[in-house]
Ligand binder design. Structure first.
Ligand SMILES: [Zn+2]
Length: 286
């Protein structure tokens, strides 16, 4: 079965113009800088860049090369934070529940089964600067937003604005690195075996909205509401093409999407270097 669909962003994806990396409670976090301004972020302007760039951070983690803070900051300044807090819960409207049930391998517990965490504790993991009182107030505010009659399609964007797109929301650097590494590992595994690793729930797209109003054109819309969703979706769509264009350079191992499906190197420089190495190797063998 072949189907037509298109991918677009929710109208409410926000990013800030400046982020910092700070150590809080012994953990390194990326957060919006104090006084930073938020703006709409539609990743579609960058086509596949947000996917390639995170894969190449993952490539460094995978090969145990050092990832500098500035590389993380450059990434989030371009595309915003990932939205892990909205992505991990199995209960999509977790803010309504006292306990958050987290999907498998959620980068907090790394268990291959659903794990539970108290809501307050969960929010504090991603809003490390808020004290207990402020967390309580935030929960009350979110629940109040929900209580009047609101169409469900507006609910997630409204809640996201108070949660993953708020100025208090941050993500642990280590979590970003782990996620990027997992994506890259999947890519090289796929390149070798033509299938994903046997159990890959973390990169399955979670909580996706669909637009069926456009079905009269024989197509449905897949609407992502935060960056991780967009990355996961784009990644899987790239791997499900008849000809998979997303690949890694045979010389430097970076991820890239060439124009020509036969290309093996991401840059002419890598191609030249690979030729020089193979020439030397042959010369040595003779
Ligand atoms: Zn290369």
């Amino acid at each position: 079965m072949k189907a037509n669909f298109y991918i677009e962003s929710e109208h409410f994806c926000l990013a800030f113009d400046k982020y910092v990396i700070e150590e809080i409670n012994g953990k390194k976090y990326v957060l919006p800088e104090k006084g930073a301004k938020s703006h709409n972020s539609t990743f579609s302007n960058w086509i596949d860049r947000y996917l390639i760039d995170i894969l190449n951070i993952g490539k460094k983690v995978y090969y145990q090369e050092k990832v500098e803070d500035i590389e993380i900051l450059d990434y989030v300044q371009s595309y915003g934070l990932f939205g892990f807090m909205a992505d991990f819960p199995v209960n999509r409207y977790y803010i309504l529940d006292d306990v958050v049930a987290l999907r498998d391998y959620n980068l907090i517990e790394y268990e291959d089964h659903i794990t539970n965490i108290q809501l307050e504790e969960y929010l504090k993991l991603f809003m490390p600067k808020l004290d207990n009182n402020k967390i309580k107030l935030l929960i009350q505010k979110c629940r109040k937003e929900i209580s009047p009659k609101i169409m469900e399609k507006y609910l997630t964007p409204e809640l996201n604005e108070l949660l993953i797109f708020s100025k208090n929301y941050g993500e642990p650097v280590d979590m970003i690195l782990q996620y990027s590494k997992i994506l890259y590992e999947h890519l090289i595994h796929f390149a070798e075996k033509r299938h994903l690793r046997s159990y890959s729930p973390l990169i399955a797209v979670n909580n996706l909205h669909t637009n069926i109003d456009t079905l009269h054109n024989n197509e449905i819309g897949l609407i992502y509401g935060y960056l991780k969703q967009a990355i996961d979706l784009n990644f899987l769509v790239n791997l499900s093409q008849d000809t998979v264009m997303l690949k890694t350079c045979k010389f430097c191992h970076k991820a890239f999407i060439p124009k020509n499906s036969k290309a093996e190197y991401d840059t002419p420089q890598c191609k030249n270097k690979a030729n020089v190495y193979s020439f030397r190797k042959r010369a040595q063998e003779e």
